[in-house]
Design a binder for this molecule. Structure first.
Ligand code: PHE
Length: 493
């Protein structure tokens, strides 16, 4: 409790506080400027009346405490001096020696005999200790005692400003402690004398309502955790703008493929092309060869291949461009170091862009969950097993596969998962085994197989949260309240 509160609650019970000083001492509060400030401000508000009184107060010195406990200096010294004599050197270093010696000589208790001190009287009664005890116990000091005590610095006199406190005219009208500072209080100055409420540092506080995670973010976190749990490494996905080379050509996607039309892909005007800094010329030449005349046992697409087409900048249409960059780098590094290609599992979750007609379930941008495993002695069975495992972890154990076509995988499979809420299978992704035309061209050794897949993030999120239109959680029509309040559907992933 603050000084103010203590004073007020005491004045509720007792008519007055005799001594503010004594009150502070009893309540273990410092009798300092802030305590006196509390009295003054209560008085100024008419809540209490304070009557000032100067009091002199005696405080006992450490010296006196010592005398009370152990006897006066002369008494203690006298007890050490023998009748036959005690060498002065034996007692000279004692802390009470100086005063003890002076007083004992004055009282003729001892005398000096050569190097010794000799006791002159047989007994000595410690009258100093006795009178100090009595005076501190309440007996008025005689004039003589006052002089002695002063000389021996037993007592200290202090004049302090004390107060008698009683209820003031506004005591019962006093306001509840104020908790909020208002503009009005600042203007009229009442903040200075307000009865401020104390801080309660043990209060729990208000739980903040804002700052919930976006549904896409929550599902993304789930996917990410599953990948990490299964031992996958995350790939760097910080390039929304990609070259056609990495997005298509490196994946053995022919330059005449319809996906490379402006109807499907966003091409950039500025810069419309990219320099080939991250396109190693040898690798580019090998890509050209595999596309046009074929390589590694393949007859190729047998169509034109122009580097200018590969240099066109686009918004990446899939994160398979990220897998492609990663694999090409791993292969090149292994070759440069002369080390065997190390098996690896990688994933990424990030945005891709497609020039699509926007409707309830399609946006021109969405998120892809991409992954691949590069290892020896793996193939379709491992791809099926891994995807099943993945969707089981997501709460959708019923997975089906359908043969499909991708220019860069053979075989390829579309993935369907049973959605209990809808009571039917829905397409959740695409997958396959990367073709040798892609991998061997990069320098991935022949005995390494890469199984890969891409899932959408939006579909599973919409299923999980029972969202009908993708536009209600993404884009300019986002419903912020829905994002803030939505709970995961009970039947969801
Ligand atoms: N890139 C494909 C898509 O966008 C998904 C995929 C990735 C397919 C890897 C096979 C292998 O749908």
């Amino acid at each position: 409790m603050s000084a103010k509160d203590l004073i007020l609650s005491s004045l509720e019970k007792e008519p007055q506080i005799e001594s503010a000083y004594g009150f502070a001492e009893k309540n273990k509060l410092a009798y300092d400027n802030s305590f006196i400030g509390a009295i003054r401000s209560l008085d100024a508000a008419g809540i209490i009346i304070s009557e000032m009184k100067k009091v002199t107060k005696q405080t006992v010195s450490a010296n006196a405490e010592d005398v009370l406990k152990n006897g006066s200096e002369e008494f203690r010294l006298f007890n050490l001096i023998k009748k036959e004599g005690t060498p002065k050197a034996e007692v000279e270093q004692l802390p009470f020696y100086r005063t003890g010696f002076a007083e004992a000589m004055k009282l003729k208790l001892i005398k000096i005999n050569g190097p010794n001190l000799v006791r002159i009287v047989d007994t000595f009664e410690d009258s100093i200790q006795k009178s100090l005890k009595e005076v501190l116990g309440g007996r008025a000091a005689t004039k003589n005692e006052e002089v002695i005590f002063k000389r021996r610095k037993f007592l200290r006199q202090e004049t302090i400003t004390d107060y008698i406190l009683k209820q003031g005219p506004s005591f019962n009208k006093r306001s509840k402690p104020v908790a909020n500072l208002t503009a009005e209080m600042l203007l009229n100055g009442s903040w200075k004398d307000a009865n401020w409420k104390e801080y309660n540092f043990n209060a729990l506080g208000v739980y903040p309502k804002g700052g919930s995670r976006h549904q896409l973010s929550k599902v993304r976190m789930n996917f990410k955790n599953i990948f990490l749990e299964m031992g996958f490494e995350e790939m760097k996905t910080d390039m929304y703008v990609e070259s056609s080379f990495w997005n298509f050509d490196s994946l053995y996607q022919p330059q005449q493929h319809p996906a490379r039309d402006a109807q499907d892909t966003f091409f950039l005007n500025e810069p419309a092309t990219t320099s080939s800094a991250d396109m190693n010329p040898d690798y580019v030449a090998r890509v050209k060869k595999v596309h046009t005349t074929g390589d590694f046992g393949s007859i190729g697409w047998r169509s034109d291949w122009k580097v200018e087409e590969a240099q066109k900048t686009i918004l990446r249409t899939h994160t398979t461009a990220v897998s492609s960059r990663t694999l090409a780098k791993l292969a090149a590094d292994a070759i440069a170091k002369g080390e065997p290609f190390k098996p690896i599992k990688c994933f990424s979750i990030d945005r891709v862009f497609r020039n699509e007609t926007v409707d309830q379930t399609h946006l021109a941008e969405f998120h892809q969950i991409e992954g691949f495993i590069a290892d020896r002695n793996i193939g379709l069975p491992q791809l099926i097993a891994v995807i099943k495992e993945f969707f089981t972890k997501m709460g959708l154990p019923d997975v089906r596969f359908k043969p499909a076509y991708n220019p860069y995988t053979e075989p390829s499979m579309e993935i369907f998962a049973y959605h209990p809420g809808l009571g039917k299978f829905v397409e959740v992704g695409n997958s396959g085994v990367f073709r040798p035309e892609m991998l061997r061209t990069m320098g991935v050794p022949e005995d390494i197989t890469v199984i890969a897949w891409g899932f959408g993030l939006e579909r599973p999120t919409m299923i999980s949260y029972g969202i009908k239109s993708i536009r209600s959680i993404f884009g300019p029509k986002t419903d912020l309240d829905f994002i803030k309040n939505s709970e995961i559907c009970t039947y969801g992933i």
